[in-house]
Design a protein around this ligand. Structure first.
Ligand code: NYM
Ligand code: MG
Length: 212
C-alpha cells in the first residue's frame, strides 16, 4: 500500500512600515499562487473582526485610550485567538500570507519606548513563519507616497523608530528583505519566488514555534 504524504501549507508573513505595500503585495500573491492551483489564503493582524480586534480597532482610531502594556497584550491575544485557525489551515495543505505578525507587535510597542524583551514574551510559542518577507521602504520614498492616515502611529517620526526595531528583529535564517520602492510588479516577482520556494521546501517539515 502506498503511503500518502500529506503536504502542509506554508506560513508566510509580510512585514514592514506603514505604506510599504504589504496589503497590495498580499493580494497579488493570492492571485498568483491561486493560479498555480495551490491553496492559499490571506490573514492580517490586527484582525479587527473579532471581539478583541474590535477593541484594538477603537484604540487605533483614537476612540478609546488604553495603557501601552494592555494594548500590547491585546495585539498578542488577537494572534493567539487565531492560532487554531492558522494550524488547521496549514494542516489541510493551504498556505497563508499574513499581513503583519508578532514583529509588528514588538516594533510598534517598542517605538513607544517599551522594553523589547517584555514585548516579545507574549508572542513566544506562536507558529513560527516559514518565511518573513520584509518590505523595506526608504524614508524619502515613504513620504513621497502621500499622507499617512489618521490612525495612531501614522507619522514619519514614529515610523522611523518602528523601522529601527524591525531591523533589530531581522533574522537572516528566515527573513528576506525586499526593496519596496521599485515598481509593484517587480516587487511582486521577488516575493512570488520566495513564496513558491518556501511552499515547496517546507511541505513535509513540521511547523516550528516562534522564539523557542
Ligand atoms: N500594530 C499591528 C501594532 O501596533 N501591534 C501589532 O501587533 C500589530 C499586528 O497596528 N500601524 C499596528 C501597526 C499598524 C496598526 O495595522 C494597524 P494595519 O495593518 O494598518 O491595519
Ligand atoms: Mg495601516
Amino acid at each position: 500500500r502506498k503511503m500518502v504524504m500529506t503536504r502542509r501549507g506554508a506560513l508566510i508573513v509580510l512585514e514592514g512600515c506603514d505604506k510599504a505595500g504589504k496589503s497590495t503585495q498580499a493580494k497579488m500573491m493570492l492571485d498568483s499562487v491561486t493560479k498555480t492551483g495551490k491553496g492559499i489564503r490571506l490573514m492580517n493582524f490586527p484582525d479587527r473582526t473579532t471581539t478583541i480586534g474590535g477593541i484594538i480597532d477603537q484604540y487605533l482610531r483614537k476612540q478609546i485610550e488604553l495603557k501601552d502594556e494592555a494594548v500590547h497584550l491585546l495585539f498578542s491575544a488577537n494572534r493567539w485567538e487565531l492560532v487554531p485557525e492558522i494550524k488547521a489551515t496549514l494542516a489541510r495543505g493551504e498556505s497563508i500570507v499574513v499581513d503583519r505578525y508578532a514583529y509588528s507587535g514588538i516594533a510598534f510597542s517598542g517605538a513607544k519606548g517599551m522594553d523589547l524583551e517584555w514585548c516579545r514574551a507574549p508572542d513566544v510559542g506562536l507558529p513560527k513563519p516559514d518565511a518573513v518577507i520584509y518590505l523595506n521602504l526608504d524614508k524619502k520614498i515613504a513620504s513621497q507616497r502621500g499622507d499617512y492616515g489618521q490612525e495612531r502611529y501614522e507619522n514619519i517620526e514614529f515610523q522611523e523608530k518602528v523601522k529601527d526595531i524591525f531591523w533589530k528583529l531581522k533574522d537572516d535564517s528566515y527573513w528576506h528583505v525586499i526593496e519596496a520602492s521599485r515598481p509593484i510588479e517587480v516587487v511582486h516577482q521577488d516575493c512570488y519566488k520566495i513564496v513558491l520556494e518556501t511552499i515547496q521546501r517546507k511541505e513535509h517539515q513540521p511547523i516550528e514555534l516562534l522564539w523557542k
